[in-house]
Each structure stands twice: as structure tokens, then as C-alpha cells.
Design a protein around this ligand. Sequence first.
Ligand code: PLP
Length: 377
Amino acid sequence: MEYKIPLFDLNFDQEEEKAVLETLRSKWISTGPKVGEFEDKFARMLGVNHAVALANCTVSLHLAMILCGVGDGDEVICPSLTFVASVNAIRYVNAVPVFADIVGYENLNIDHVDIERKITPKTKAIVVMHYGGFACDMDRIMTIAQKYNLKVIEDACHGPFAEYKGRKLGTIGAVGCFSFFSNKNISTGEGGMLVTNTDEYFDKAKLLRSHGMTSLSYERAKGHASNYDVVDLGYNYRMDDIRASIGLAQLNKIEADLKKREEIRKRYINALGDLRHILIPFKEHQWFSSNYIFPVVLKNSNYEKRDSVRNKMAEAGIQTSVHYPAAHRFSMHRHCHLDLPKTEYVTDNLITMPMYSKLDNDKINFMTKALDDCLNE
Ligand SMILES: *Cc1c(COP(=O)(O)O)cnc(C)c1O
């Protein structure tokens, strides 16, 4: 079925097409000058010392675990209301995910009180995910991390250029991870970025990205290097220049795109303001958000009711989603008894509404009317 209003639409035009053509015609299509340009521009815009472009965010999270020294049997505290990659990455290094609950139905970020409660002598790191581009309570989380000597890894996939007290998300913890998957704020098809202010992390991430080799093919082709050594057990986690050139075109648009999303969120909130049956998470949030998604939480509901509302919305031509099915319920991660009552309510009763910069007022009014009708049936 073709939806009248999809969940997401790419912000692409001739700029991305031109960028790709230019790279194809340059004949250098793997990791090269465009990747370097993309990293420099991203780091500058974010106000961080270093950025390393990668194949996707999942591998960025894997490298973040290695950089932070997370290994065999270590515990890592993480949210369950996140995309499963934030949790899988912990397992890649044979560490154990320990889920912490969210703050509440209107603040879907990891709760610092539950984080502190779940710390044991084995805890090595905390993964935070800035839900929807709304910043976690980083002052409190960084204070806990310092007190117990833990590393903080920011899964900032939802939050490119979103802020916390004037600082960009992804630049506050030890390492920040971003995704440029098709439906993210910045889209390159597949793609990711690791950012850090720590020089040693940067050097090691660049080595691990490319087999632990001391030089890249591009450097050898340019005569900057003629041989290489392999000094670490690395991977092929590289981004290519085709995707980096799309990323550069996307970075030129991101500021305007985020402004549009902010306006769309305001329109949604105005139009939904009177609905008695729903909560709008982060309604009182103070910091600049990237508005990756627009979630609503049904009050006094259950998953059957939520799914029936989603089905009716689909019949009206509106695509919705659920961010996210809780990670601790998946067969892969259902390994211990966990008490996450708020996460469980939200995962059963949340609906993600369409969000992208091309949504106009007519569409927003149509969707909010449809949601009201579905809730009142
Ligand atoms: C998209 C996403 C990821 C995974 O990113 P990929 O680039 O697809 O690997 C991880 N965490 C969160 C929160 C995401 O939204």
C-alpha cells in the first residue's frame, strides 16, 4: 500500500545528484578526499576536535566500546527504549547490557536515578541515547560517571546538532556516535560518524576503521605512502567518497531542515493540544532539538488499543511507527529479569507520527484530525 503521508521523506534534490556525479567522474569512489572533507565539516559544525566517518552507526558503537576499554564480562548500563544496535554493540565485545528505565511517560530518556541504582563493581560504561534529539540529563549522568569512574558513550543518532546547555549532543561524553541511514536527519543511504575530543581515541578509531593498517589506499595512490604495517586487529568499517559527497550536500541543508522540523513540531503540538487521550513527550524540553521523530503516548491504554489506532491511521493513508519495541524483550537480550515498568508502558502505547521538513500545514491538520477520530471511536 502506498501511504498518502509516509513516516519520512528524503530532503534530496539536484544538490545530492550533482555531488554524486562529481565524485563518480573524479574516479576516486572509495575512502578519499570527500570523506576527509565530510569529517572536517562535521567536526567544525559540531564543535568537536575529531570526527571519523564510518560505514554506519552500528560499527561506530562497536568502536566506541573498544575505545572505552569495554570487554569480557564488563557491565554496560543502557536504555531499552532504543534501536537494538545500541545494545548489540555491547554484546560484540562480550560485555553485558544492564538495562535502565526511562524517566517517565513524558521524558523517554534514560533515568539517572535508575542508572546509579544499577551500578556494580563490574560496571564499565554508560550508553545514553538522546531520544528524538531531546538531550538526556547530561549534567547528572556525567556526575555519576565521574563518581564511579565510568565512560559515557552517546548514541546521538537522533540528535545531529541538537544541544544540551549550549553544547552539541555527541560531544559531552567520551565518544559520540551518529547515523546517516536513509531515514535519519542526515541521509547518505548507509553511513555513520564517530566523534571525540580525545586524541588517542581518534588515532585508534582511524586505525581500527581500516584493518589496523598504518596507511590508506588513497594515501598510497597519491604517493604519500608506499607501504604499510598492520599494528592492531582492525576491521573494514570505512565510508566511501560517494556517500561522503551526499553527506556534504546534506550538511549544507541541515540548519534549514532543523528549523522546519521545529516549526512542524510546534504546529503538531498546537493542533494536538486539546486531545485528552494523549501525552506529548518532551513538551517542556528546554534545549534545541533535532526533532528526528514526533512520538505521542496514549493515556490509559494498552498495546491492543494502540495497534488498533495505528491500523486505523494506516487505513486513513498515514504511516506511523513505534520507536521502539523495547530491546529487553527481544529473544536475543531477554536474558535476565528486569524491572522496567515505564519503558514497558511506553513501548506498548507509543505511536510515532510522520516527521520530515516537507510536511505542510494541511497534512498536519489532516493527521491530527485523523488521530482524534481514531482515539474517539
Ligand atoms: C539508526 C540508529 C542506530 C543504527 O544506525 P545504523 O547507521 O543504521 O547502523 C543506532 N542507534 C539509534 C538510536 C538509531 O536510531
